[in-house]
Design a protein around this ligand. Sequence first.
Ligand code: PSV
Ligand code: MN
Length: 398
Amino acid sequence: MTLSESAIGDLAFQALDALRIEIPSWGFANTGTRFGKFVQPAAASTIEEKFADAAEVNRLTGATPTLALHVLWDLPNGLRDVAAVRALERRFGIRSGSINPTLFQDQEYKYGSLANPSQAIRERALQHLLDSIEIAKALGARDISLWLADGSNYPGTQSIPKRIGWLEEALCAAHDHLADDQRLLIEYKPFEPAFYHTDIADWGMAAYLAHKAGPKACVLVDTGHHYSGQNIEQVVAWLLYLGILGGFHFNDRRYADDDLTLGSIDPYQVFRIFHELHSSQSKESSLGGVAYMIDQSHNLKGKIEAMVQTVVTAQELYLKAALVDRERLADLQQSCDLVAAEELFRGAFWRDVRPLALSWRAARGLPADPLEALRASGYVERAVRERGGRHAAVSSYA
Ligand code: PSV
Ligand code: MN
């Protein structure tokens, strides 16, 4: 390593000061698998409770000032709920983050939303997307994060090219509706709930649609939305190179969209993704920077605990990647000194950055050990007492 200790300290503080991660409102609510829900007594069931939980995570980690909202789950009355959300923002010191249109749960969407063969249903879905953009404007939220469950289950049952055309139309209309400083983030997913074809299945399709929609549209990478073995950091490097990476939904996975806590299965992959972000000459997308968001749903771990664990893991892995000696690495890459290059890279991954994170927390007035501080605060026990009675046992098997 050629970096001096003081340079390492400065880089570490810069990195941790810069890292802001958005947490999802739905990560605090009761969720489950398609076989049923395991209800947690401390789970949030109102938007007020979700804001309270987000504020607690931010108090403990100092890194999560915004909360992603899903329109039908959090603002079921649309624009009429905006004033109440603004009041919660002031009360809890947490701002609304990305606004996620909910285009997958209504019965009409059985055969798709923006790519449904029925013009009336497509129009209805587009209207929801436009309404979501209006909500984002009213909340001062920059990003509209779009994920569609659209696709089909059986070969020959839908026209793939027609559906591409319908998507293009809708996304262009949505793009026209954005304010100058807003962005449309297009998320892809290879399968689930559609199992034969998904209308936006990979980063290439998302990038094409973003390109067609206009300069304020970019791609959102959900780390769980890839086939096993896919080189996600290469996807990230390409999107950065193209200037079209808008943001992330971070989570970890063993098989598919498992929504596990970040780095729980493969921390090296998260490190490699962060390395690409730190290395990029064009960290900025076409408009604004890359938004780091978490998209997890904790069914077995305590929700707030799991969120804190993920944020702390993200901070540690981001820090490790920030400390890669990139100048030296570039020389080693240039001279094709493979083993030395790999050892430098791996060495940065294995560096114990926890003492650096600890000094950063001390300097910023944050708890030394956020998980321990959560336990000591009694926050979860209070939530159990206040919220527990409201959660009736829910079980379903579909
Ligand atoms: C879909 O699997 C997804 O990743 C999308 O981001 C949704 O908005 C989110 O999960 C919640 O269902
Ligand atoms: Mn997602």
